[in-house]
Design a protein around this ligand. Sequence first.
Ligand SMILES: Nc1ncnc2c1ncn2[C@@H]1O[C@H](COP(=O)(O)OP(=O)(O)OP(=O)(O)O)[C@@H](O)[C@H]1O
Ligand SMILES: [Mg+2]
Length: 113
Amino acid sequence: MKVIVAVVPSDKLNDVKNALLEVKVGKITVTHVIGCGAQAGKIEDDQGNPTGGELMGRVRFEIAVNDDYVKPTVEAIIKGARTGHIGDGKIFIVPLEECIRIRTGESGRMAIG
Ligand SMILES: Nc1ncnc2c1ncn2[C@@H]1O[C@H](COP(=O)(O)OP(=O)(O)OP(=O)(O)O)[C@@H](O)[C@H]1O
Ligand SMILES: [Mg+2]
C-alpha cells in the first residue's frame, strides 16, 4: 500500500480529479495549501535583489492505494496536471503501513479498495 501525495496548481483541481475518476480512483482527500518549488530562491525584486520566494496557492491530493493502483493513479495525475511549464507540480509516493475502515474494522487491501 502507498499514499500518493500530489501538489499541483489550484486551477488543476478539477482536471486532476476528473482524470482520477476516469481510472476509477474515487477516494481522495484534497487540501488547499501554499508552497514553493525549485524556482523560489531565484525570484528577484524590482532592483534585481534576491527575495524570499512567494508561497503560492496549490492543491494537495492524498490518495491511499493498493500497489497495483500506483501506476494508473500517477499517470492520471500527470494527465490532469501537465502543461510542460515550470510549476506543474510534484508527486510523492510514500509507503503506507496500514489502513483501517472505522465502520467495519476492515484493514489492509479491503479497507483501501
Ligand atoms: N521537495 C519538495 N518538498 C515539498 N514540497 C514540494 C517539493 N517540491 C515541490 N513541492 C511542492 O510542489 C509545488 C509545485 O512544485 P513545482 O512544480 O514548482 O516543483 P519544481 O521542483 O519547482 O519543478 P518545476 O521546475 O517544474 O517548477 C510547490 O509549490 C510545493 O508546494
Ligand atoms: Mg517550480
